[in-house]
Each structure stands twice: as structure tokens, then as C-alpha cells.
Design a binder for this molecule. Structure first.
Ligand code: ARG
Length: 464
């Protein structure tokens, strides 16, 4: 708790005993919220300027307070500031130091505000900047996806459903699926900025204040767009925290999914991709090993992000209005999710820059599992005007026949095929070609090479 110059807690006149030491220790948030020192000082400066403009404090006191706050900022930047657990949080640490530097006039800084609106103001300012950082990182990530996709337009691989060969695709098309996911993540972060642009400062404890404050002034100073409309909601609201944690979680799902796929594809059973030595680690006992630890790290990180989201949801569930200490944990969760995602995106960029597609193996696997069955059925529909279900049935018979003879589609002769359906002619053989299959998927958003080239151009235009 904050102490006055006699080194007593601010509330010591009212609360006669010292708070029990175990709670003082574990209830303190300074180790987490000291990360908000810049935003806290920024908020206090804006508040102080507003108090002066509104003639609530004098010119002299305003200058003294702002001078003291700048001095504190310098002390922190130089690593000379002592963060004290007994002073609970960043707000009390800074206010207490202001007392030490400028004396009793420091007490004016808290006129018409509360730690309750102060902490949300700090966190929202921090979150706005961090959101912009993440948006930039996601843009970088998507540039790398585009670069790798561009090199792999003609790389043919099996596309999977249920992890079984389904239909052939271009590897670029697969990579661009992730481009879309991360684009949506970026949009989600951008959407979050709207709520983050409402200024909580001036809601005071929760009911507003009888001082003639100007919330529009601090709104402008702190680069928010509007003051919040309802002081009770302002203090109780942590929706912006949920939005942030959810957005991080959604993004980390995407990171986790590609990580899982790459782990599988890098396995000795699949061998569809190769990770270079920059993104593997070894085993302490098995000398031959090159393990995809960075990818496993990414997959694991998503679990912690979901945990943070669920922790916050649970904290808020059933919490009456307005402020409760329960909410203090929000910052720990937000900082942790931010750090996890920032690290994850950076690691994923490294992964994308340091792997290669095993094109030969991709093609080999794409030739397994009768992957062109749908193409064959589609061909029968077009050529003979069959209802799709009839075409599906004939194709299934051909698959059964080939499988029983241990043959691939390509190995089938016209004699084999005519055993199943006597109407089939040589043109059917053209269907058994992976490239033709991919080329034919021209529907908008489909995997044809032409589509992909156009889509890459579009993405490039949009990201300029
Ligand atoms: N450290 C506190 C938090 O993060 C600041 C608000 C304290 N308000 C109070 N009424 N105890 O939630």
C-alpha cells in the first residue's frame, strides 16, 4: 500500500492494523503491472494538465507534478527506480515516489480520479500499442506466406480430409489457406481497436466525480476517440480484455494447426517437408535425431493462450459491478498472451523461411489412394450426362476393381475399364493426371494454378 511521509499506509488513519504480511506479499501486483509505468505516467500527465485547465489545481502545482513525473520516468528508464512490493501496484509506487520528490503537492494528482479508472486507462493505452505491434507482425508473417506460396504454385501434393488422400492440390493453395486465416486474425485485432479507443479516465471510483473535470480533454491528450459513456460500466468492463485474449487464442489456433500439420508432414512416415537445421533440435541420447521442437513449442503455446482466455471468462462470470480485486489478474493474462503470441509469430516466420517442400515425395503420395476418383466421377457426368450419383457408383466400382488387382488408376487398361462399363472410351485416360485435375479446379477460390496466380496478385495489391 502507498505510504505517506511518516511511512504509514495512506489508509492507516482508518485501518488501524497493518495488512497481514502474507497478503501484502501475494496481493501485490507490482511485478506484473510495472510494465505499465509509461502509460501510467502518460495518464497522470494528461490528468494533471486537465486539472489545471479546469482551474482545479494551480499552474505551479501542475508544473511541479509533471516535473516530478518526468523525473520518475527517467529513474525507471535508467533502472534506478525501486519498485516496492509493499506499495502494491504501479500506481501507488509512482504516487509514493512523487511524494518523496515534490512533497505534499503530489497529493493533488489523485484529485477526481481513482486507481480504478487509472488502471484501465493504462491497460487500454498499452493494449492499443501492442495490438498495432501484433498487426504489423501478422503482416510480416503473411508476406512470408506469399513468398513461399509463390515458389510452390506448381508443387503438387495430396489434399487431405480425415488425413486420408482426398483430392490433389497445389501446395501454394494450402499455404494461402493460412494466409486467409492470419488475414482474419489481423482484421480481428483491427476491429478491437474500436473499443480500445474509448477513454475510461474520469470515471473515478465508479460513479464519476463532483470535480469539474473535462474528459474530452484527456480523451484528446491520450489519443482516444471518445470518453466512455457510463462510469459504472467503465470500471466493471473487461470486454476489451476478453476480445484481446480471444483474438490471441484464435490466432494461436491457426499457428497450432499449421504446426501440427508440419510435424506430421516432417515425420519419417510422411516426409512431405524437410525442416532445415535452424529449426530442429537434437536428442540427448539418440544421436540420429532432428526433432521439430520449435513447432511443438508453437503448438503448446496455444494451450496457454486458451487458458488465459478461460481464466478471464471465469473471473468475470458472476462478478457483480463494479470494481473487485479479482480483476487485477487481467494484466498478467494479457501480458502473457501477448508475449506468447509475439514469440510464436516470430518463430513461425523462422519456420517458414527454413523448410522446404519435398516435391518428389508429395507427388508420390498424391499418386496413392485413388485421389482422382472425384475427377473420374465428374468426367462421367460431363461426358455421358449421368446423374452424379450414377457416376459415383461406376467410379466406386472402378476403384474396387483396381484395388483388388493392386493397380493404380494409371495402370488400368481400356480392357479393365470396359469390364466395369462398356461405354468408356480412351478419353477417360486423360482424367488420370494430377496436373489436369488441379488445372480444372477453376471455380472461384479453387486450387487451379491460374486461380492461385491471380489470387497472389490480388493479395499483393491489397497489402500495398
Ligand atoms: N492494482 C489494481 C488492479 O490492477 C488497481 C486498482 C485498485 N483498486 C482498488 N479499489 N483496490 O486492479
Amino acid at each position: 500500500m502507498s505510504k505517506n511521509k511518516n511511512n504509514k499506509a495512506i489508509w492507516s488513519t482508518r485501518i488501524k492494523k497493518n495488512t497481514t504480511s502474507i497478503f501484502k506479499k501475494v496481493g501485490s501486483s507490482i511485478n506484473t503491472d510495472k510494465r505499465l509505468y509509461k502509460e501510467d505516467i502518460q495518464g497522470s500527465v494528461a490528468h494533471t494538465e486537465m486539472l489545471f485547465k479546469q482551474k482545479i489545481i494551480s499552474f505551479k502545482i501542475k508544473n511541479k507534478i509533471i516535473w516530478g513525473l518526468n523525473k520518475i520516468q527517467n529513474e525507471i528508464l535508467k533502472g534506478k527506480f525501486i519498485f516496492r512490493t509493499d506499495l502494491e501496484d504501479i500506481h501507488m509506487n509512482i504516487e509514493n515516489r512523487l511524494h518523496e520528490i515534490i512533497g505534499e503537492d503530489a497529493g493533488f494528482v489523485h484529485t477526481g480520479r481513482s486507481r480504478n479508472d487509472q488502471v484501465i486507462t493504462d491497460l487500454k493505452i498499452w493494449m492499443k500499442h501492442s495490438t498495432v505491434d501484433l498487426i504489423k507482425l501478422l503482416e510480416n508473417l503473411n508476406k512470408v506466406f506469399l513468398k513461399v506460396a509463390e515458389k510452390n504454385i506448381e508443387t503438387i501434393m495430396p489434399g487431405f480430409t480425415h488425413l486420408k488422400n482426398a483430392q490433389p492440390i497445389s501446395f501454394a493453395h494450402y499455404l494461402l489457406a493460412y494466409f486467409e486465416m492470419f488475414k482474419r486474425d489481423k482484421n480481428r485485432f483491427e476491429n478491437n481497436l474500436k473499443n480500445l479507443n474509448e477513454n475510461p479516465l474520469g470515471a473515478a471510483a465508479f460513479a464519476g466525480t463532483n470535480f469539474n473535470i473535462d474528459r474530452f480533454f484527456t480523451t484528446k491528450k491520450l489519443k482516444f476517440n471518445y470518453p466512455t459513456n457510463n462510469s459504472i460500466d467503465t470500471i466493471s468492463d473487461r470486454d476489451f480484455v476478453l476480445d484481446f485474449l480471444y483474438t490471441v487464442s484464435a490466432c494461436s489456433i491457426h499457428i497450432s494447426r499449421i504446426s501440427e500439420e508440419f510435424i506430421i508432414w516432417n515425420s519419417d512416415a510422411f516426409k512431405l517437408i524437410k525442416l532445415n537445421d535452424k529449426i530442429v533440435t537434437g536428442s540427448s541420447i539418440m544421436p540420429q535425431k532432428k526433432n521439430p521442437d520449435p513447432l511443438e513449442f508453437l503448438r503448446g503455446n496455444s494451450g496457454s493462450s486458451f487458458g488465459n482466455l478461460f481464466t478471464m471468462l471465469t473471473i468475470l462470470k458472476g462478478l457483480p459491478l463494479s470494481y473487485f480485486k479479482d480483476m487485477q489478474d487481467d494484466k498478467r493474462l494479457v501480458f502473457n498472451s501477448f508475449d506468447l503470441l509475439k514469440n510464436s509469430i516470430q518463430v513461425l516466420i523462422e519456420v517458414l523461411n527454413n523448410f522446404s517442400a519435398n516435391k518428389k515425395r508429395m507427388l508420390e503420395l498424391a499418386n496413392e489412394g485413388f485421389i482422382l476418383s472425384t475427377d473420374l466421377a465428374d468426367y462421367l457426368v460431363k461426358k455421358y450426362n449421368f446423374p452424379f450419383r450414377k457416376a459415383y457408383l461406376i467410379t466406386a466400382r472402378i476403384v474396387n476393381y483396381a484395388e483388388s488387382k493392386h493397380l493404380k488408376f494409371n495402370d488400368l487398361t481400356m480392357k479393365d475399364l470396359n469390364k466395369i462399363d462398356k461405354n468408356l472410351d480412351e478419353s477417360v485416360l486423360e482424367v488420370f493426371d494430377l496436373r489436369n485435375s488441379i488445372k480444372s479446379k477453376k471455380s472461384y477460390g479453387g486450387t487451379s494454378f491460374e486461380n492461385i496466380k491471380k489470387m497472389i496478385k490480388k493479395y499483393k495489391r491489397e497489402s500495398k
